[in-house]
Design a protein around this ligand. Structure first.
Ligand code: SF4
Length: 532
């Protein structure tokens, strides 16, 4: 079926008869989520490969398909052949944006791709990625996962250097900073290093340049980026997660290190540390919830880590019950671990409608009132008369938890004990995950007892921060835990803090009103050439 947003027909940069289309002429059809997940929502997934022997567009399509959980609002692929960049991007899921005809018109020896959930800037086609920039040494295309905390300052600096912006996303500032350094005469690696040094925050990047595919991570390595290799050809692949490697048959080689830059081309892979003081602070929430359970971290699947979280949770937060169930899908591994450690039988108590994603049809009011049933349906036979432990990976606003608990009770559960395989989320994320503002985070406002009452459980228990870190079986200082602890490893400018740290502001009376930092959305315009 053709997506309502997939038949883009215009371009602002290329002749209309040929791909790529940089922008859709049609206004995107607004999508609705019947029940917005009560979880932080991921920013983006990135993918790239240098593989002249392969159909790079099709492989990038499948890479993005595997990374779809990281962003569902827009998708884009840029391919590189000898003469030009071919770019196609549009609003929608990867499978809605691309079809065989479009992929066939994206030739090349190298490709990068991006799937996006909007954390900065509004959700519209002008903000979709990859971004294409012209320089005096040829065009390049860039795709970014993460969030800069100095985006406003960097944009202001770049404007002073004479550049103009056509999107509202921070990724464009990184791209334009790189373009300026190239135009200033630096080679691509030096230019990239110099541009990245102007950026503060989280950035995992894939950049297609005339000299090859660049992959890079910020000095803290907040967002993941892994390197894989195609066994038949030895060519390299970059992906946000290893699930993107698996789908194209690439073998996991290693992570791009925090502060590292790799360049991949005909000569193979070269590495350079661009950051002076790398200091790993990987997002622990990636491991708890965001990344796919089949993706690898430290050479084991996150499924195994999440099971260990459940075992630790059982040790820390015992309760007598008849069965343990998990909230599908992300709470299941921890529920299994909880069951193993506690000896309480694991059961499936909630069945997920696997085909619920975004819908273009609004649910009726009556359907909304039935709560979560569009997504999750309780198994009455399993739950009736039982004392139930329900395990979830996190509680953000608490709205979904309340609906789930009600559904369990409606299905006859005698007691409901909720166990959460992470600590209370008390602080917003500034590094590329869309957590709510602090005043919407239930644990920022209420005690655990008060949350238990509000969501209607008999008992509620969270995992400790120490327990969460201990079971990583890694250096516990190597993680960002700011949304649980408020300790932000990358300093967040005060103006940006004010946009999300509502409660802290109210408490300290520092400001009377909250000022949004990001600029108002802009309409896309023809990009002006970078100053040379
Ligand atoms: S604040 Fe939380 S979600 Fe954001 S990077 Fe840190 S651990 Fe991850």
């Amino acid at each position: 079926m053709t997506s309502p947003v997939a038949d883009s027909t215009s371009t602002h940069k290329h002749p209309p008869e040929s791909l790529p289309y940089s922008h859709s002429s049609k206004a995107p059809v607004p999508s609705v989520q019947p029940d917005r997940p009560d979880k932080p929502e991921e920013a983006c997934g990135v993918f790239g490969l240098y593989a002249p022997e392969s159909e790079v567009a099709a492989m990038t399509y499948f890479g993005l398909f595997a990374l779809q959980h990281r962003g569902q609002e827009s998708a884009g692929i840029a391919t590189f052949d000898d003469s030009r960049i071919h770019l196609y991007k549009d609003m929608g899921l990867v499978s809605q944006v691309f079809n065989e005809d479009i992929l066939a018109k994206l030739p090349g020896y190298m490709a990068i791709g991006h799937t996006r959930y909007s954390t900065t800037g509004s959700s519209k086609i002008a903000n979709a990625q990859p971004l294409q920039i012209a320089t005096k040494r040829g065009d390049f295309a860039l795709a970014h996962n993460g969030n800069l905390v100095n985006a406003a300052e960097l944009r202001a600096e770049l404007r002073e250097q004479g550049v103009s912006f056509e999107t509202t996303i921070d990724s464009e500032a990184i791209a334009l900073a790189l373009g300026l350094e190239v135009n200033a005469g630096y080679d691509w690696i030096e230019a990239a290093s110099r541009a990245f040094k102007r950026c503060s925050g989280a950035f995992s990047l894939v950049v297609g340049t005339p000299v090859g595919l660049i992959g890079a991570r910020d000095p803290n390595g907040v967002r993941p980026l892994v390197i894989g290799r195609l066994p038949q050809t030895g060519r390299y692949v970059l992906s946000s997660e290893t699930c993107g490697l698996d789908i194209v048959g690439a073998e996991y080689v290693r992570d791009v290190q925090p502060g590292e830059l790799v360049i991949i081309n005909e000569s193979g892979l070269e590495s350079k540390m661009w950051a002076d003081e790398p200091n790993k602070k990987m997002c622990v929430f990636e491991m708890i919830y965001f990344a796919r359970p089949d993706s690898l971290f430290n050479n084991e699947t996150l499924y195994s880590y999440r099971k260990r979280l459940g075992r630790q949770l059982a040790a820390e937060s015992k309760v007598e019950a008849d069965i343990v169930i998990g909230v599908p899908d992300s709470g299941i591994p921890a529920a299994i671990g909880f069951s193993e450690a506690s000896g309480i039988t694991y059961a499936e108590g909630l069945i997920k409608n696997r085909y619920v994603g975004r819908t273009f049809i609004q649910p009726t009011q009556a359907m909304r009132e039935t709560g979560i049933r569009m997504k999750l349906n309780p198994l009455k036979d399993v739950l009736d008369g039982r004392r139930v432990i329900i395990v979830d990976d996190s509680i953000v606003r608490g709205t979904t938890s309340r609906k789930i608990v009600k559904a369990l009770r409606d299905a006859g559960a005698k007691e409901v004990h909720m166990r959460i395989s992470s600590p209370p989320v008390t602080h917003p994320c500034f590094y590329g995950l869309d957590t709510d503002n602090q005043d919407q985070l239930i644990a920022a406002k209420l005690s655990t007892e008060a949350i238990a009452k509000q969501i209607g459980v008999d008992t509620l228990g969270y995992l400790s921060e120490a327990g969460m870190l201990e079971v990583t079986q890694d250096d516990v200082d190597g993680f960002c835990t700011a949304c649980f602890s408020g300790k932000y490893p990358i300093p967040v400018p005060q103006l940006l803090q004010r946009s999300k740290l509502m409660l802290e502001e109210v408490a300290s009376h520092r400001v009377g009103a909250i000022t949004p930092v990001l600029e108002a959305p802009m309409e896309a315009t023809e990009r002006e050439p970078l100053p040379v």
